[in-house]
Design a protein around this ligand. Structure first.
Ligand SMILES: *Cc1c(COP(=O)(O)O)cnc(C)c1O
Length: 228
């Protein structure tokens, strides 16, 4: 299957899931995840209508953006270390993975130097798995209040990576919980904070995530095929 064919399938399934969830498919953006994918294949995805690309490593993105260009926006979806914050603030259009005050401060400082306000999402660890990054659910609103005070970051929503289940239906409770947490966060009505985005859903479970309210689905293998 070509990348264009894969995208067609993904879009069809997003439409069906949106309908099932009583949502508008136009509110769902595909973030095509480009880790390990060669520049010419990334360009092929952009030529097929992808408007947002997701990378999980800062250094890898640096080289890829130079090769692919900026016809689509670039989002950082992987864990960010504070020593990479400066580079991240110059490269990315949005960061999905802010999970501590330390990272937020470092990004804010870097964004100030760049003279920009950087859109960010807070990454939430809903499973309590120690191997996963993300702020605990119970600490999310406190982190939000503190990040909301940073002038050079614009909080746009929440992101999560649930545990892997063979059966995608088992991820539903995590996606529902993230939506509820987003609603609680939106109810705080913090100035400068727009809780519009839910970054959730990957290749094996994005229809469930869309049914539960995802606005950004991070999809790699279902678009580009198995990673080498
Ligand atoms: C790799 C990755 C994805 C995409 O995974 P697929 O299963 O290939 O769709 C999504 N989100 C993050 C954070 C990733 O690292």
């Amino acid at each position: 299957m070509s990348i264009a064919d894969n995208l067609k399938t993904v879009r069809t399934r997003i439409k069906a899931a949106a309908r099932k969830g009583g949502r508008d498919a136009g509110d769902v953006t595909i973030v095509a995840v480009t880790k390990t994918v060669a520049p010419e294949r990334i360009r092929e995805a952009v030529a097929s209508g992808v408007t947002c690309l997701g990378e999980n490593r800062v250094q890898e993105a640096h080289d890829k953006i130079a090769a692919v260009g900026r016809d689509a926006q670039w989002d950082l979806i992987g864990h960010l270390q504070t020593n990479k914050a400066s580079l991240a603030a110059t490269l990315f259009d949005r960061v999905h993975s802010v999970d501590s005050e330390r990272v937020a401060w470092a990004l804010d400082r870097a964004a100030r130097k760049e003279g920009r306000r950087l859109p960010v999402l807070l990454q939430v660890n809903l499973s309590g798995e120690e191997s996963k990054f993300g702020v605990e659910a119970g600490a999310t609103l406190d982190l939000l209040r503190s990040v909301a005070n940073l002038e050079h970051l614009a909080v746009e929503g929440l992101m999560t990576i649930p545990p892997y289940f063979e059966d995608p239906e088992k991820t539903r409770s995590f996606y529902r919980r993230l939506r509820e947490l987003r609603d609680e966060a939106a109810a705080l009505a913090l100035p400068g904070v727009a809780m519009t985005h839910l970054s959730m859903g990957m290749s094996h479970d994005y229809p469930v995530a869309v049914e539960e309210g995802a606005t950004l689905v991070r999809i790699g293998t279902a678009i580009f095929g198995q990673r080498a």
